[in-house]
Design a binder for this molecule. Structure first.
Ligand code: ADP
Ligand code: MG
Length: 267
């Protein structure tokens, strides 16, 4: 099963992805997490360091795919989760979609792409062009991380529109929204009244999640020495269980930008 995690920049995609990956591994699945952000910090909390990117490695080997070995690009992370960072094109040049395509091509050549029960693509921010939507070409499900605010829901709506577009030609479904860093969900609920989709979980702002980023550890690793944190792991295990239940998912309907503006604002 292939999952693509999308959402506004800084909303908590990588944090959520790493913890969901460990949760899925805890359920006995062989998991590969692929970071698709030029920031290449997707797998930081799994490995504890910034691993070399596929693009760096390919450049080093003059794009001779046959000279690249799995251990050059696939790193073991916490909980047995394998980690890859696609990296980004040179700033201001090239295309993120090309990078994702090269990553998938390389993993296929290494016979790694079909070896996993779950491949999770941790994708960057908004879907501003086809390149950013490239992981949707490979995914069965899209997950959207959002808070209860206008900007993240606006980005969520654009991602939903991309899923609708891709679902015409790909077997892709939106598994649903994950609310993050919010104790309220009134705007989320307003949005899903208009564009119906499941809400898999809503995580509040939790200081230990912020700290986990600085420590380079998932909540599961932190909970080994601080069992009081197991309640946070339960949020992620709950999301993992819903994914493993192979949800029907939705092809989202359309909410034009202008309608969304009036729905989510007071004027
Ligand atoms: P993204 O990948 O979407 O850019 P990150 O996963 O890097 O976002 O998260 C940005 C920051 O927010 C990180 O420092 C992370 O620890 C913090 N964070 C994410 N989710 C939560 C949460 N539920 N509570 C507190 N801090 C969080
Ligand atoms: Mg990220």
């Amino acid at each position: 099963m292939k999952l693509a995690v999308y959402g506004k920049g800084g909303i908590g995609k990588s944090t959520t992805s790493c913890n969901i990956s460990v949760a899925l591994a805890r359920r006995g699945k062989k998991v590969l997490q692929i970071g698709c952000d030029p920031k290449h910090d997707s797998t930081f909390t799994l490995t504890g360091f910034l691993i070399p990117t596929i693009i760096d490695t390919l450049q080093e080997k003059d794009y001779h795919y046959e000279d690249v070995w799995p251990e050059d690009v696939i790193y073991k992370g916490y909980g047995g989760v394998d980690c890859v960072e696609a990296g980004g094109p040179p700033a201001g040049a090239g295309c993120g979609g090309y990078v994702v395509g090269e990553t998938v091509k390389l993993l296929k050549e290494l016979n790694a792409f079909d070896e996993y029960d779950i491949i999770l693509f941790d994708v960057l921010g908004d879907v501003v062009c086809g390149g950013f939507a490239a992981p949707l070409n490979y995914a069965d499900y899209c997950l959207i991380v959002t808070d209860n605010g206008f900007d993240a829901l606006f980005a969520a709506n654009r991602i939903a529109a991309s899923v609708r577009e891709k679902a015409r030609t790909h077997p892709l479904r939106l598994a649903g929204l994950i609310g993050n860093r919010t104790s309220k969900r009134d705007l989320i609920d307003k949005y899903i009244d208009t564009v119906p989709m499941p809400v898999l979980e809503v995580l509040p702002l939790i200081e230990d999640i912020r700290v986990s980023r600085v420590k380079g550890k998932t909540l599961f690793e932190m909970a080994e020495t601080e069992p009081a944190l197991n309640y946070v792991c339960d949020y992620y295990l709950n999301i993992a269980d819903q994914i493993l239940a192979k949800p029907e998912g939705v092809v989202p309907n359309d909410s034009p930008d202008r309608e969304l503006f009036s729905l989510l604002s007071d004027f």
